[in-house]
Design a protein around this ligand. Sequence first.
Ligand code: DHB
Ligand code: MG
Length: 602
Amino acid sequence: MRPEPRTAIATVCLSGTLEDKLAAAAAAGFDGVELFENDLIVSPSGPAEIRKRCDDLGLSIDLYQPFRDFEAVPPPLHRANLRRAAHKFDVMAELGADTVLVCSSVSPDAIDDDELAAEQLHTLAESAAERGMRIAYEALAWGRHVSGYEHAWRIVRRAAHPALGVCLDSFHILSKGHDPAPIRAIPGEKVFFLQLADAPRLPMDVLPWSRHHRLFPGQGEFDLTAFTGHVLATGYEGPLSLEVFNDVYRQSDPRPAAVDAMRSLLALKESLGVLDLPPAPRLSGHAFAEVVGGAGAGTGAVLASLGFARTGVHRSKPVELWEQGEARVLVNEGGDTGGAIGAVALASADPARSARRAEALLAPVLPRTHGPREADLAAVAAPDGTQLFLCGNDEWRGDFEPTGETTVGTGVFGIDHVALTQPFDHFDEAALFYRSVLGLAPSPVVEFAAPFGLVRSRVVTAGDVRLTLDSALVRRGEWAPAVPEPQHVAFACADAVAAAGKMLALGAPLLEIPGNYYDDLAARLDLPAERIARLRAHSVLHDRDEHGEFLHFYTALAGARVFFEVVQRIGGYRGFGVVNAPVRMAAHRARRHPVPPGATLA
Ligand SMILES: O=C(O)c1ccc(O)c(O)c1
Ligand SMILES: [Mg+2]
């Protein structure tokens, strides 16, 4: 195995003052930082004090940046630029930083002349070398004349100075669709710095894309493993350094953000084969979902009306076990959520290894209070606070005193998926968390228009484990419902229309779907009229993909933030009926705030 590279993070990735950022980076285990000039300028501490602070925290200052608009300018401007640089070198000397990033010029004063650019960079490198410093030249994707790394490398080669090398930034290279493979032809000692950022593929201008939408590796759509592999193949021995300009992270608590950032590098190193982590064990399904604070909200009664039996009561806690087939829901009276999904338990082929991997990837391990007879389940906190239990199939059952209660049931045979509505600020973090920690594969991100705003949606799956992560893009004003979008547990059945009929007979509070929906369905799809009539009569929704069909229906809220869904997958359908989510949201709203006929909305 190759040596494990050092890690660094640019201060621009994190929110707060420089002091906040350094503390967060150190606490998350980074070896060094890229110090952004603006963070230095606003700090009450002088460069020497910042150096001391970094020393105390065990952080090196691996890069000072950015130095802009230097190369290929007329002589008077060149002289002024060298004077400007001399001041920066003074600051760097005090900081103990030996490498400065010079990004390609965006200035209208710059001339399209590689010879001149090389000559001026040579002069700059010479004055850096006199101070024992180095220049890392980076092609900004929107540079005026230099916007590709191969061009930057040609200039660096032409300048031929030992104190001049390139800075490779994955965003600038991959956002332009440039092939990263030729990086391998650059000698490793001429790669002075490596900056890593992922991003979603967005059809927009590179500059705003870069300044707002960069993500940590593994959160976006770039192949950072291949990219970084090319760079390491050169013999590059510097740090893997994160440089992520992102609107959410700029406003988030820097401490968990730095942990999230570090998790992205741990996962990247694993994928590069330079770090060994306990491999993610196979997950075979949902062992149970737990609704917390649901007793007063009548969660148990709703489950009873869906054909579930209360099969057990916990030996030491106010928790009931409700079951039908392999679908298991714990209803926990504790907590003050008024009913929300507090925990999801996933059946792991090796729960202890799942827990070791989670810990190695910095997932917060939760303390478990358990009595003498209670199973010691490994639990970690997901980014939104949901507890994730990693368990074998049955060891947790011993915690419950069997009640002997049974029902004939309604055809539910298991949990199909759990919908964990995400706070928007945790959306990208969550996908990386589930992928790296649990080995779940994220689907592409889709967006749909819902009554109270646009919703971004993605699914993470492995075998029969399916979690959907939906998130409202922005939350503004007083109009949208004050409660966060509710979460839900979706149960699998083999005949949705039959199940709905049985559940209605048991008094289940199923959500009524408006007639407009079925009229539209008839217009959109070539379904037999009597089939649509049956769906309409039972308020069952319909979707199809290239693999099959999907029938599903919902309950009203069964707690402040939770409801249930029943789904039938036909012929290998892979989706989740996202197209119907807006109908469901409006129907939930109508149920909570019925508008009498003839009344106007207040
Ligand atoms: O957005 C910028 O200006 C900017 C500055 C420095 C960098 O290293 C970079 O990648 C982008
Ligand atoms: Mg950069």
